[in-house]
Design a protein around this ligand. Structure first.
Ligand SMILES: Cc1ncc(COP(=O)(O)O)c(C=O)c1O
Length: 403
């Protein structure tokens, strides 16, 4: 940037003040580039960057350095085991990432096959909003590969699932779904929010696009909203172009916080997964508990699949407890917790709990809840960083009605 040294009027000087120099020593923290616009020496340089014939930044909705650094960092984690490089794109939220990916990969008349048990807003995005624009979605039991095969057709553009589904922690057979998608000429898009790259990297199992709500484990501290999508070069270009048109990009300050979150992701997630497994094992078999959902338990329907797809001893850190006694018993159980806090979301440092039927899944009828394996009293725990013994004692005391 050019400055007006010494001279010029008061107002010109005010807007031309020197910037912090780029230090010769490497700063140990990544700088935050908040600029929305970038200066060029010549019109030709500006034109070349816009045309893509020269690397560079012009406008923050298109690209910006701090946001790119975060997206590339997630791509490095998700693509760690791949022979070819993958690229990341960062978004203002998980829903920003999902809506942009679906809009990038479909058109009027396109067909999507999606898991029946996905995050509520993704369900309404596909089932209601995109339907208005001529994108038709069939929701199926994603654990039944024959059911998936039965609905794919020539118009199928996307097969969509979540690595681990909410709240029953159902595990998707990613290699099986990848094969079906490949045969149909469709993309397998996987929302891996509940797993994070510290548990599973869907691209290594055949997925074409992996999406995260970075608001959860990636940020890790319940203080930043963001999303990210990682894919190979061709799909990345389509997703990037849709992101630029839709304006769903992440902001630099949020990118800084999410990038910082990545540094402790393996540490946090390893600890959270270990605590979740201990918590699930301690509550399973309790006389007041009907069932506990966690893939670390041998009783979990996809325990073997989880063992194949997930990093050793990491089965995710969400545990759903189904207490006996129905809806009232479940709500009272949640209300009696003292270490875990009743709150939405997951993936942060604190253990959060929520009665499923009255909160996250309140729009489902009794029959729909039963079909999805969600008991009227189910309480979902997002296990945090507390001492696992404190979490178990808290849950046992709350179950026993001691408070
Ligand atoms: C699995 C899953 N995907 C996507 C989202 C949406 O993420 P965000 O709230 O960052 O838009 C959520 C939010 O809870 C989620 O749980």
């Amino acid at each position: 940037m050019s400055h007006t040294p010494g001279g010029g009027g008061e107002f010109t000087r005010a807007v031309s003040l020197p910037h912090a120099p780029v230090p010769a020593e490497r700063p140990m923290r990544m700088p935050v580039h908040r600029a929305t616009t970038y200066a060029f020496d010549t019109s030709q340089d500006y034109a070349d960057v816009l045309a893509g014939t020269r690397e560079g930044y012009s406008y923050a909705r298109i690209d910006s350095p701090t946001v790119d650094a975060f997206a590339d960092a997630v791509a490095a984690l998700e693509g760690a085991g791949l022979p070819e490089p993958v690229r990341g794109q960062a978004f203002a939220s998980g829903m920003g990432a999902l809506s942009t990916v679906f809009l990038a990969l479909t058109e009027a008349g396109a067909h999507v096959v999606a898991s029946r048990s996905i995050y509520g807003n993704t369900y309404s995005l596909l089932g209601t909003l995109l339907r208005r624009f001529g994108v038709r979605t069939d929701f199926v039991d994603i654990t039944d590969l024959d059911a998936v095969r039965a609905v794919v057709g020539p118009d199928t553009r996307v097969v969509f699932t979540e690595t681990l589904s909410n709240p029953t922690m159902t595990v998707s057979d990613l290699p099986g779904l990848a094969e079906i998608a490949r045969e149909a000429g469709a993309a397998l898009v996987v929302d891996s929010t509940f797993a994070s790259p510290a548990v599973c990297r869907p691209l290594e199992h055949g997925a074409d696009v992996v999406v995260h709500s970075a608001t959860k484990y990636i940020g890790g501290h319940s203080d930043t909203t963001g999303g990210v999508a990682v894919a190979g070069p061709a799909l990345t270009e389509r997703i990037r172009s849709a992101r630029v048109d839709l304006g769903t990009c992440l902001a630099p300050d949020e990118a800084y916080l999410l990038h910082r979150g990545l540094e402790t992701l393996p540490l946090r997630v390893q600890r959270q997964c270990e605590s979740a497994a201990a918590f699930a094992a301690a509550l399973e078999g309790h006389p007041l508990v009907e069932r506990v959902d966690h893939p670390s338990l041998a009783s979990h329907p996809q325990a073997d699949l989880a063992g194949k797809l997930f990093d050793r001893d990491r089965y995710g850190a969400v545990v759903t407890v189904h207490p006996r006694g129905g809806r009232e018993a479940g709500m009272a159980f949640a209300d009696r917790l003292r270490v875990a806090t009743i709150a939405a979301s997951l993936g942060g440092t604190h253990t959060l709990a929520g009665h499923v039927a009255s909160t996250s899944h309140r729009n489902m009828s009794g029959d729909e809840l039963a079909a999805a394996g969600i008991s009227p009293g189910a309480v979902r725990f997002s296990i945090g960083l507390e001492d696992p013994r404190d979490l178990v004692e808290d849950a046992l005391a709350a179950l026993g009605g001691e408070r």
